[in-house]
Ligand binder design. Sequence first.
Ligand code: GUN
Length: 300
Amino acid sequence: MSANLIDGKRVSKRLLEKVKKTVAELSDRSGELPCIRVFRVGDDPASKVYVRRKVQTAEDCGLVSREALVPNAISEEGLLKDILLAVDDDECHGILVQLPLPERFDPAKVINSIDPTKDVDGLHVANVGALWSDQDGFLPCTPLGCVMLLRDTLGNLTGMNAVVLGRSNIVGKPMANLLLAENCTVTVAHSRTRDLPSVCRNADILIAAVGRPQFVRGDWIRPGATVIDVGINRIQAPERGEGRTRLVGDVNFDEAVAVAGAITPVPGGVGPMTIACLMANTVTAFCRIKGLEVPEGLGI
Ligand code: GUN
């Protein structure tokens, strides 16, 4: 048996087409374009790639996008000032600060300096609170994208056992909440969980978000389960030649594909969904700020 591949590129393309069409309509109607500003600080090579992709995709959708040019040596105070300029700029509707930030920054302080109405990444404490109390806010892009993939693959998720492996603020915790909202029975497992393999084997839906390459083994997976691999890890790939690397997820794909019913590949699974959801959230932010009705199909 070999699992069905969950095609994040296909599902994200559908969402991006909706975003593109909506941006064109909004532009005709209001004469303005939604704009996202992306802040990246430091030299993290993966962040550079992710931010470039976000800015490029925004442009492909007709959004105005700008990577804020942040000097490497900027202080926390300097960054907060720059974010405030974007908060006060009526022509900017979405703000994102790429994580991780260098050690000298307090990420909570930086994220909470974004106005929640422009926090299209859904990480501001007000948006976290909104999520946990069923109020309108912004949903974090990766968990949102995962739910879209699950609905596309499985339809109604009611009553399913979902295991979320990982408890980060950016994925694990919001993911657990969204699955609860889909009427799943949710277990959040983590590095201190006793007997992880047997906890995982209980999952109809397994979300792997631990940030450890190929951590989840094939025999942790219930036959026929749906596996969503959030991990993006770069590992050495000597089989491709000296010094070469490749991307792998948090799941041992070759083992898992023989057991699971459906699985996301890495790359091409969750990654494209995260970016597409960021675009959708930015259009939603624009509509809310302008007092326009938010079109159907941009969220869940
Ligand atoms: N770093 C890795 N994923 C993300 C994300 O979804 N948002 C932000 N801001 N930083 C990230």
